[in-house]
Design a protein around this ligand. Structure first.
Ligand code: EPU
Length: 422
């Protein structure tokens, strides 16, 4: 078992180039199976989740290989529309392959993803959107068996909630459906724009990505494409928060500041100076952060749920009281008991957390309960006095590429160790 060991209290300073976005890379890896062509995905982060997606691609008969920071997918001869349970369980977002397989084969068999560490995460919105495009689903012994008896056809799909995954699965099917599809109340996340840009590069005509109405004209013929995955906006915010809690100064390159609009004001309210220059973001933090009032997580362009845990670490060491309302996932305060072990003053009532800032956290042994909670605990460790040990870091490895290496480049004292105990 591995742990991250952090000696806190070191001011972070320096510059970093951001990794490609996990949440953009995963649907685009699935999309590469749809086109039947060769896709070269540059800046595809090397993570447990992208490795799992590549294993699924190989299982269904695509070639998927890494070449430096790129992944090359050849999907001219896929042969398999079933994904075994073991591969599905490797990552929750494997449900994105449902749309990809239906699009390519007209059928798919895979296990339902079930709940996970941050909440129930049902897929009812995915299934009802796909049903509008002609997909019939039966559940047999925990397996979803989907088929398209009369072919995929375009339709108007109105999502009751702007689900990211349901929007992506609909796009994956709509690009091979007969006729136009309109998605209303679509998710507006930048990762949807990236998926649409990938498909448009391959020959589809998707308009309105990034707004709540997305129109898809299917591709007549797909073509091969070299495509850069967008920078990871959540990792950008995570590194900025690490600098903020250590009174540090960092410059992030290839940071795509246009996607950071929902979070940069948070850093400014906390007293940081933030400068944007071209594709770089520079942050200079004060000696002590200020509390930020009320933060409510919302679909994009609202405050991202994926940054809530790290933002809470900033609040935990700020002067004053901050309040967080989590509206996206049921179970996304699991970092709170761990932060309390480090001396944070936080009380939780259902989906509301009240954080009274303390001058200093103290190092402790804590457990990463999910990816973003894990990254937040590392951030807390950087701010704390003494040594923090973070266990269950396999969650962190799902989404943070070479996390400890990148933090060390900024001066952090952090190392990965092998231990027998949790
Ligand atoms: N929901 C339903 N039914 C559905 C689909 C979603 O009730 O059929 C609910 C979910 O249970 C959740 C809410 O709607 O409460 C939002 O779910 P959404 O479908 O928008 O999220 P997702 O596609 O499952 C993606 C990211 C998450 C990120 C959310 C919200 C990927 C691979 N995952 O999940 O990222 O938190 O959007 O922005 O893109 C992470 O990276 O750590 C992560 C969890």
């Amino acid at each position: 078992m591995e742990k991250l060991v952090i000696e806190g209290g070191v001011r972070l300073e320096g510059e970093l180039e951001l990794q490609g976005s996990k949440n953009s890379a995963l649907p685009i890896l699935a999309a590469a199976a749809v086109t039947g062509e060769t896709s070269i995905l540059k800046h595809c982060p090397q993570l447990r989740d992208t490795d799992a997606a590549m294993r699924i691609l190989r299982h269904v008969g695509c070639e998927a290989e890494r070449a430096g920071n790129a992944v090359i997918v050849r999907s001219d001869a896929p042969k398999q529309w079933e994904i075994p349970d073991a591969l599905m369980r490797e990552m929750r977002s494997s449900i994105i392959f449902l749309g990809a397989l239906l699009s390519r084969f007209g059928r798919a068999e895979l296990s339902a993803p079930g709940g996970c560490d941050i909440g129930l995460r049902p897929i009812d919105l995915h299934l009802s959107a796909l049903a509008s495009l002609g997909v019939r689903t039966e559940e047999r012994c925990g397996r979803l068996c989907c088929s398209v008896p009369n072919g995929l056809h375009g339709a108007t799909v109105t999502l009751p909630f702007p689900s990211v995954g349901a929007t992506e699965n609909t796009l994956l099917c709509a690009v091979r459906a007969k006729g136009e599809t309109v998605i209303r109340n679509a998710a507006r996340e930048p990762e949807i724009c990236d998926l649409a840009a990938f498909f448009n590069g391959c020959g589809a005509k998707i308009r309105g990505a990034g707004t709540d109405t997305v129109t898809v004209e299917p591709a007549e013929r797909f073509r091969a494409l070299e495509f850069p995955i967008m920078p990871d906006r959540i990792m950008a915010a995570t590194f900025l928060s690490a600098a903020a809690v250590t009174a540090g100064t960092v410059c992030l390159h290839r940071a795509a500041p246009q996607y950071l609009v929902p979070v940069l004001p948070y850093f400014e309210q906390a007293g940081c100076v933030v400068r944007v220059q071209d594709d770089d973001v520079l942050l200079h933090a004060p000696h002590r952060l200020q509390s930020t009032g009320l933060v409510r997580t919302m679909p994009y362009p609202g405050f991202p749920t994926d940054f809530q845990a790290s933002a809470m670490v900033m609040a935990a060491v700020s002067q004053g009281t901050s309040v967080f309302v989590e509206t996206i996932f049921e179970n996304r305060f699991r970092h709170v008991p761990e932060l309390q072990r480090m001396g944070a003053h936080i009380t939780v009532h259902n989906s509301v957390a009240v954080v009274e800032g303390v001058p200093q956290l103290c190092g402790a042994c804590v457990r990463a309960t999910d990816l973003r909670a894990g990254a937040a605990l590392v951030t807390a460790g950087l701010a704390a006095q003494g040594v923090t040990q973070v266990s269950c870091i396999e969650h962190i490895d799902r989404g943070c590429e070479r996390f400890e290496h990148n933090l060390s480049l900024l001066g952090a004292r952090i190392e990965r160790i092998e231990t027998d105990t949790e």
